[in-house]
Ligand binder design. Structure first.
Ligand SMILES: NC(=O)c1ccc[n+]([C@@H]2O[C@H](COP(=O)([O-])OP(=O)(O)OC[C@H]3O[C@@H](n4cnc5c(N)ncnc54)[C@H](O)[C@@H]3O)[C@@H](O)[C@H]2O)c1
Length: 386
C-alpha cells in the first residue's frame, strides 16, 4: 500500500478541523465522508471532492477506504470502530473512545480479534513537548517511588449559554455525562499515561451544581494507586478563574506543571525522603534539594501529529503514540469517579462495568434528551462537543 485512503464519519466541528490539514499529510488520500446531516456532507463533498454518504456504515467499505476517522458524538464511536475493524479497515477514533468502559472493552475485544487493523485514538496532548518530557522524567525513575499525584483542573469554565446551545449537551442520553466525559478525557488520559491507573476511587460528584444541567459539573476525587501512592483529581466547569496545576511527588522529588505551559518545575532531593526520614538525627530537618525549571523546547502539530503517526503506523508499522486500547484507561477512571459520586461509595478499578452500564442506562431513561431522538436531534444541532 502506497497511501491510506481515509473516510471521515461525522462532519462536525472537529472533523472539519481534521480535514483542513489532511492535504499536508503526503500519503493520506481523503476519499469519503458521511454525516447524518445532509447539509454537512454536501459542504464536505463540495469542498474536498470526496464521496459523500448520509450513513457512516456506507463509508466503511474496503472499495472506498483503507481507514476511517470517527468524529461523531461519543455514543457512536464504538459501533463504527467495530464495524470498520470487522472489514479489515483501520480506525482512528476521536476521544473519548466511548461513554462506558464496557463499550470500550468491546472495541478492544474486536481489535484483539481483527488485530491486523491499526487502532488509534486522538489523544493529541501526548504529542505536546511538555507532556512528552514529563513522561520521560517519570519513566526514567528520577522521582523515585510515586507518593502523590494531584491535579486541580478547574479551568474548564462553561456558561449556561454553552450548555443551552445543543439539546444533547450535558444530558445522560445525549452525551453520557458532563465534565468527566466531555472536558476531561485528555487530562484523564495524561494522568493514566504518566502514572498508571488507580486501583480505587472515592469521589464527590455534584450534578448541575453550577448550571441547569442533569449531569456532573463538579468533581472532587481521591485516588489510590496499586503501589500505595495517593492522588486527587479536582475539576469543574463552574469556577472562574480556574486553575490547572499538576503535581507529581515521589521519594526523590516533585514535578510541577502549571497550565499548558512549556515549563516543568523539577524539585530534586539530595537524599530520598524515606531514607532521610530514617537516618537524620535532626528533629526539624528536611532533605536538601535543588529546584530546576525545565524550559521544554519544540512544538507539536497537535491533531495532525496523531493522524500522521496513524498513517505511518498503517503504511510503515510505526509505533502508535496513542493506541486505541489505551482509551479505556482514562475512560474507566472517569466512569469510576462518576459511579463513586453517584453511589456514594469507593469504587475499585477495574470497575463493575455492567453496573456502570446499567447506571448510565437508568439515568438515560430519565434524561430530558431521549435516545430515540438522538439521531435526529444530533443531526440538527448547530453546536459541537469540545
Ligand atoms: N481531540 C479533541 O481535542 C477533540 C476536540 C473536540 C471534540 N472532540 C470529539 O470529537 C467528537 C465530535 O465532536 P464535534 O465537536 O465535532 O461535534 P459536532 O457536533 O460538531 O460534530 C458531530 C457530527 O457528527 C454527526 N453525527 C451525529 N450522529 C452521527 C452518526 N450516527 N453518524 C454519522 N454522523 C453523525 C453530526 O451531525 C455532526 O455533524 C466528539 O466525540 C468529541 O469529544 C475531540
Amino acid at each position: 500500500m502506497q497511501e491510506v485512503r481515509l473516510g471521515v464519519i461525522g462532519c462536525g466541528q472537529m472533523a472539519m478541523h481534521h480535514m483542513g490539514y489532511f492535504s499536508k499529510i503526503a500519503r493520506l488520500k481523503f476519499t469519503a465522508a458521511s454525516d447524518t446531516d445532509p447539509e454537512r456532507v454536501k459542504k464536505v463533498v463540495d469542498t474536498y471532492n470526496v464521496k459523500g454518504f448520509d450513513d457512516g456504515m456506507k463509508v466503511i467499505d474496503p472499495n472506498l477506504v483503507d481507514a476511517v476517522l470517527i468524529a461523531t458524538p461519543h455514543y457512536f464511536h464504538p459501533q463504527y470502530a467495530i464495524a470498520a475493524m470487522e472489514k479489515g479497515i483501520h480506525v482512528l477514533t476521536e476521544k473519548p473512545v466511548a461513554v462506558t468502559a464496557k463499550a470500550a472493552e468491546k472495541m478492544n475485544e474486536a481489535h484483539r480479534k481483527f488485530n491486523k487493523t491499526i487502532y488509534a485514538i486522538m489523544f493529541q496532548s501526548r504529542t505536546f513537548p511538555v507532556w512528552k518530557k514529563a513522561k520521560q522524567i517519570i519513566d526514567s525513575g528520577e522521582l523515585g517511588k510515586l507518593q502523590r499525584v494531584t491535579w486541580i483542573v478547574t479551568n474548564w469554565f462553561r456558561s449556561q449559554a454553552y450548555y443551552d446551545s445543543g439539546t444533547w449537551r450535558a444530558t445522560w442520553a445525549g452525551e453520557g455525562g458532563g465534565v468527566l466525559i466531555n472536558q476531561c478525557p485528555h487530562n484523564l488520559d495524561l494522568l493514566t499515561w504518566l502514572v498508571g491507573v488507580p486501583k480505587l476511587v472515592s469521589a464527590n460528584v455534584r450534578l448541575g451544581h453550577y448550571h441547569h444541567i442533569e449531569v456532573e459539573d463538579d468533581v472532587n476525587a481521591y485516588l489510590e494507586f496499586p503501589d500505595g501512592a495517593t492522588g486527587n483529581f479536582i475539576t469543574t466547569t463552574g469556577e472562574a478563574p480556574g486553575t490547572d496545576l499538576l503535581e507529581i511527588a515521589g521519594d526523590w522529588g516533585k514535578l510541577v506543571i502549571t497550565g499548558n505551559s512549556n515549563k516543568i518545575e523539577l524539585h530534586k532531593n539530595h537524599v530520598a525522603a524515606a531514607e532521610f526520614c530514617r537516618t537524620t538525627k535532626e528533629m526539624w530537618a528536611t532533605p536538601g534539594r535543588d529546584k530546576v525549571t525545565i524550559e521544554v523546547g519544540g512544538s507539536s502539530t497537535h491533531h495532525q501529529a496523531i493522524t500522521e503517526n496513524f498513517v505511518a503506523a498503517v503504511l510503515d508499522g510505526e509505533k502508535l503514540i496513542a493506541p486505541g486500547e489505551d482509551g479505556i484507561k482514562g475512560l474507566e477512571l472517569g466512569n469510576a469517579m462518576l459511579m463513586s459520586g453517584l453511589l456514594n461509595k469507593p469504587i475499585a478499578i477495574p470497575t463493575d462495568r455492567d453496573a456502570f452500564e446499567k447506571l448510565i442506562n437508568d439515568l438515560s431513561a430519565k434524561s430530558k434528551f431521549q435516545k430515540g431522538a438522538v439521531k435526529k436531534t444530533v443531526a440538527d444541532m448547530a453546536g459541537s462537543f469540545r
